[in-house]
Ligand binder design. Sequence first.
Ligand SMILES: Cc1cc2nc3c(=O)[nH]c(=O)nc-3n(C[C@H](O)[C@H](O)[C@H](O)COP(=O)(O)OP(=O)(O)OC[C@H]3O[C@@H](n4cnc5c(N)ncnc54)[C@H](O)[C@@H]3O)c2cc1C
Length: 381
Amino acid sequence: MGRYDADVLIVGAGPAGATAARWLAEKGVAVLLLERQRLPRYKPCGGALTRRTLKLLTPLDVTPVVEAVVRTLTVEAPDGDRFTISLPEPLIATVMRDRFDAFLTEAATAAGARLREGEGGVRCEVGDEDVAVTTNRRTYRARFLVGADGANSVVAHQLGLRPHHRALSLVAELTPDAKANWDGSIHLLFPSQLGGYAWCFPKGTHLSAGIYTLRPMLPDWQRWLMGYLGRLRLGDGFQRHRLQGHPVPLAGKFAQFHRKTALVVGDAAGLADPFTGEGISWAIESAQMAATVLWECLNGDLDSLQPYTDAIRHRSLPELRAAMGFARFLFALPQVCCRWFLRHEAVLRNFAKLLSGEVTYRTLWRKVWRKGFVLLARPKG
Ligand SMILES: Cc1cc2nc3c(=O)[nH]c(=O)nc-3n(C[C@H](O)[C@H](O)[C@H](O)COP(=O)(O)OP(=O)(O)OC[C@H]3O[C@@H](n4cnc5c(N)ncnc54)[C@H](O)[C@@H]3O)c2cc1C
């Protein structure tokens, strides 16, 4: 390696950074992973892993850190009508992000990646040949840089790659008492005017509840979550002032995902599902795509990181755009969508499969175009 500290420097040890580190280290690449905090650390997140996420992680088995497996979905319309479906296969598995992220990072270090905790990247210089990252302790040099430092990415900001759009999400971890009376399902409510949805599902010892909205400027968004908890009779004793909103960055149509010898992955790249706010699977998938391109560059098979931006544009963005179309439709007309579509078992089953990542938005759109109006024509059953 000579004058370099590593072949690849990765800033941020969330799902994106830890996955890129593991994948590259398994190929024998010298990887240095810089994490600002000490692991395990709290990360505000629902911690819902879809089946798509679990599939992408294979062969890594995350069962040791899974808190609960959910098979039943209840969707509630604004007027209070509820529709429930149970699937034989799991819809989601839930995790606490402190344990999950530490688990992924341990897998990366076990594969040979080196980890520096408590070291935040504060400045990066990216050239045609190599990169330098200065942390609160020292400067590191490497052939390539991966910005995996999340929603407020310093790397994306400094490289001019910051996503332009933002959704907002907030999460509350409820007490074990609340879980005692919960039926083990995932509950989703689509309130009119929220421009998003509210959720509640079980973890190991407690419940996780939150809201997601495409309207980050929504006034008094804590009120929506408190209202939701009240509706579920779970609001007792919950401290409103403890609720904080967190950005979910969303990449635009013409976004760029690399610059010279650096690229961005996961939230730093704005790769999250605009309908659900789910970002872990996109973080993992983008990390795998990034690692593949970096590996080929290091081997001399590629001479630029452009194929990474191309891969994201061709493989991820069309699906995320289809998700945005879905979000705009359902969030604008939640009552109509629930009354005319989701009340049908077949539609609800497809919707559950969509949430679990088993079917894609594009597949579902095709079905909606073919069958949606047939459903509309049927009288309410
Ligand atoms: C309230 C909320 C609920 C959510 N619920 C879900 C859900 O249920 N399921 C789902 O799939 N997605 C969910 N998401 C989205 C999901 O949390 C993110 O998409 C996912 O964490 C992205 O992973 P990442 O590795 O890109 O970034 P992160 O998980 O944010 O990891 C970034 C890492 O970089 C570190 N870091 C930051 N800055 C620096 C720096 N300068 N130097 C070094 N290290 C740095 C951070 O400490 C962190 O460890 C939710 C988001 C929010 C806000």
